[in-house]
Design a protein around this ligand. Structure first.
Ligand SMILES: [Zn+2]
Length: 252
């Protein structure tokens, strides 16, 4: 498989003969205000531009949307993606919302679902703790299995939690994509993974390659790539926990 980080949680994955666009957040740099009541809310999102032409990003065979927060499926994605693009959503509710934007070919990855010879499974997650976690609404991850590929688990916007541990236990993925950045609401716990969370993922799946995205692209993500890279290197985990830059492709 090839996994190209575009920006934030937006990925282009070549897997099992398909090109899959995950969590398209396609606006130009600075198109939206910062998330209210979060760290650095005065900064405009996205903090950085797209590293490749948007025309290349939207050429996918299918799109997968882990949840509908605007840093995962934004107005630019609604405007730019062809309306007949196959889209997989986490739930019937999300699928209906996406259909209301004019998309004609929307299904869920709940069932499990199939895309060509790839089987998709939905996994759970927690987008924060306590009241903030509830306020953030349901989030999901996606597991992909194919007879010619290693099992891939995209955890989505979640902290380390029992749902992530369960997904690792159930599917034994060799490749795990997690959303780092330690996104920080004001006065609450982070809503995406911290470096400690990422170490927990590693402890639960020591055999796996972990790819960390959702870094340095939206206002409230405080964990930088430099800090995470030096942390994983201090822990002797630099070969197991990869922290790609925007536009970088990892082949596994
Ligand atoms: Zn996010």
């Amino acid at each position: 498989m090839n996994i190209q980080l575009i920006r934030n949680a937006t990925l282009i994955i070549r897997y099992g003969g398909q090109t899959i666009l995950v969590d398209p957040f396609l606006a130009e740099q600075g198109a939206y205000p910062g998330f209210p009541n979060t760290a650095n809310q005065e900064k405009m999102n996205p903090l950085v531009g797209l590293p490749v032409p948007v025309a290349d990003i939207i050429k996918a065979d299918a799109v997968m949307v882990t949840h509908l927060h605007p840093d995962h499926f934004d107005q630019a994605a609604v405007d730019l993606l062809p309306k007949d693009m196959p889209i997989f959503a986490q739930s019937a509710d999300d699928a209906e919302t996406i259909r209301k934007s004019g998309f004609l070919n929307v299904q869920t990855f709940e069932a499990p679902a199939k895309l060509g010879d790839i089987t998709l499974f939905k996994t759970g997650g927690q987008h924060g703790t306590g009241e903030i976690g509830k306020l953030m609404g349901p989030v999901s991850g996606i597991v992909m299995q194919h007879y010619d590929e290693q099992t891939l688990y995209i955890a989505g916007d979640t902290i380390w939690c029992s749902e992530v541990a369960e997904a690792i236990g159930t599917y034994q993925p060799q490749v795990i994509v997690v959303n780092g950045g330690a996104a920080q609401p004001l006065g609450a716990d982070p809503i995406t993974m911290t470096k400690e969370d990422i170490r927990q993922v590693h402890k639960a799946a020591k055999y796996a390659t972990i790819i960390v995205c959702h870094m340095e692209a939206v206002n409230h993500c405080l964990l930088t790539r430099e800090e995470l890279r030096s942390h994983v290197s201090d822990q002797g985990l630099a070969s197991k926990v990869l922290v790609p830059g925007d536009g970088e492709t990892i082949t596994l």
